[in-house]
Design a protein around this ligand. Structure first.
Ligand code: SAM
Ligand code: TMP
Ligand code: ZN
Length: 416
């Protein structure tokens, strides 16, 4: 296991939100693009960057120190499909239903989704006959949405595209975004776009992984290229104000190992709910604004990774078979930081056709279809998709019935 942080002084850069100083607290070293699953014949052409994370000592926004070009991550070959999980599909069906009941009730409502992916959320809006537009640069996944009748603009949402959408379609009553806002370093441009496109009484609703859960559960692998920011209620409230908006509601949600839904409106349009103040206060108690909290987090990450590598080496020495389950984007962080390759985990099973037959980025572990998991079952399975644990463990009950054990590493290494 490499630990670049121990061999050099941490760096500081300018905060992407407020221009303050970002103080680095963890360096995962050289990492590949997390969703760039390599063809076996193309392993020489991977893009690498330094994955390091820090906290702004002025606005408390936790963010990465290096920004990689957006087209390296999101392009016509982007493989991630939101509809791969039944639970996630149901989650977005529910959200669309709520938006239709509560926010899209006017004469001719209009909703724009930033990062609409395969149409997982907008499908329900489209079926209800409500005016909508998905915006997503990844043509591969946008095609699935279009095939379901969802209206998609293939491209990046930013100030310029927002102005074009406003000119063509008029103001949006809701701008929605899930697991995308935190992926976008240029949030100043996004908020200028929201300023142009949002109707006077409209809301910008976005949900993303929650920093409070990441720290509490030592969920270090939620840190990877796409998660440029790790949001909290406190940092989002400050950011919204800086960009001319008000954070009016927060709702903690269980998906993806712990997320938060933020609702932002124009100033004076809505009074913030009690939940906003409550979460900000809770975060203060948890120490999310204190740089010292992250030193503790960093030391737990190192201990956790050492324990995981120790266990995998021991199982290998005993001749046990170990495979990975779920070629998640977050697995790039744990596999590359811990230097776990095909010698420790023979292959990874995943249900996404676009990932199968390829290799994990950086560590080059072969990816096989889910059906390979039971042919035959391994002795141990490293649950890389731990955010879908309930769904996967229930679906793969046969593995445990056959004597197999799951290896989990969040919040600490344990077998189930
Ligand atoms: N919203 C879906 C969900 O929650 O499952 C998809 C999330 S996926 C992790 C992130 C998506 O955001 C990708 O489909 C990517 O192409 C898209 N994306 C990245 N930057 C974007 C931008 N500036 N504007 C619109 N979409 C963007
Ligand atoms: P995510 O953590 O980014 O949602 O990615 C989950 C990955 O795990 C995705 O590649 C699909 C895969 N997966 C399975 O292989 N089987 C499953 O049952 C589920 C829920 C996900
Ligand atoms: Zn800042």
């Amino acid at each position: 296991m490499t630990d670049p942080a121990s061999s050099r002084t941490a760096r500081a850069v300018e905060c992407r939100i407020c221009g303050g100083t970002v103080s680095e607290f963890f360096d995962f070293g050289r990492q590949p693009v997390s969703d760039s699953f390599v063809r076996p014949e193309s392993t020489g052409s991977e893009f690498f960057f330094r994955l390091a994370v820090g906290i702004c000592t002025s606005c408390t926004m936790v963010q990465q120190l290096e920004e990689i070009p957006r087209q390296e991550m999101f392009h016509e070959d982007y493989p991630y499909r939101s509809s791969g999980s039944t639970r996630i599909y149901e989650h977005f069906e529910r959200i669309a239903g709520n938006l239709l009941d509560v926010a899209l009730t006017g004469a001719d409502p209009f909703i724009v989704e930033i990062g609409s992916n395969d149409g997982v959320m907008l499908k329900t809006i489209q079926k209800a006959g409500v005016r909508h537009l998905g915006v997503d640069p990844s043509e591969s996944v946008a095609e699935f949405a279009k095939a379901d009748g969802v209206r998609v603009r293939v491209g990046f949402f930013d100030e310029d595209s927002a102005a074009q959408i406003a000119a063509e379609d008029g103001p949006a009553d809701v701008i929605f975004s899930a697991n995308t806002t935190s992926h976008i370093p240029y949030l100043d441009s996004i908020f200028r776009g929201v300023e142009i496109l949002l109707a006077p009484e409209g809301v910008f609703v976005f949900e993303d992984r929650y920093l409070g859960d990441i720290v509490a559960q030592n969920a270090f692998d939620q840190i990877y290229d796409e998660h440029f920011y790790l949001f909290s209620a406190g940092s989002v409230r400050t950011m919204a104000e800086r960009f001319g908006f008000t954070l009016v509601d927060v709702e903690h949600i269980a998906v993806h190992g712990g997320s938060m839904r933020y609702t932002v409106a124009r100033p004076g349009q809505r009074s913030p709910t009690a939940a906003v103040g409550e979460f900000v206060a809770r975060e203060r108690t948890q120490g999310l604004a204190d740089p010292e909290s992250y030193q503790r987090f960093a030391s737990e990450v190192r201990d956790n990774c050492a324990a995981l590598v120790g266990l995998l080496r021991e199982l290998r020495a005993q001749g046990r078979t170990v495979v990975g389950y779920g070629a998640t984007a977050k697995s790039a962080t744990v596999l590359n930081f811990c230097e776990i390759g095909p010698d420790l985990v023979s292959h990874v099973c995943d249900s996404t056709p676009a990932k199968q037959g390829r290799l994990t980025p950086g560590t080059h572990i072969p990816i096989k279809p889910s059906e390979a998991f039971s042919a035959p079952y391994p002795d141990y399975a490293l649950l890389l998709a731990w955010n879908h644990a309930d769904e996967i463990i229930a679906k793969e009950q046969g593995f445990r019935d056959a004597g197999g054990r799951w290896i989990r590493y969040v919040p600490h290494v344990h077998l189930v």
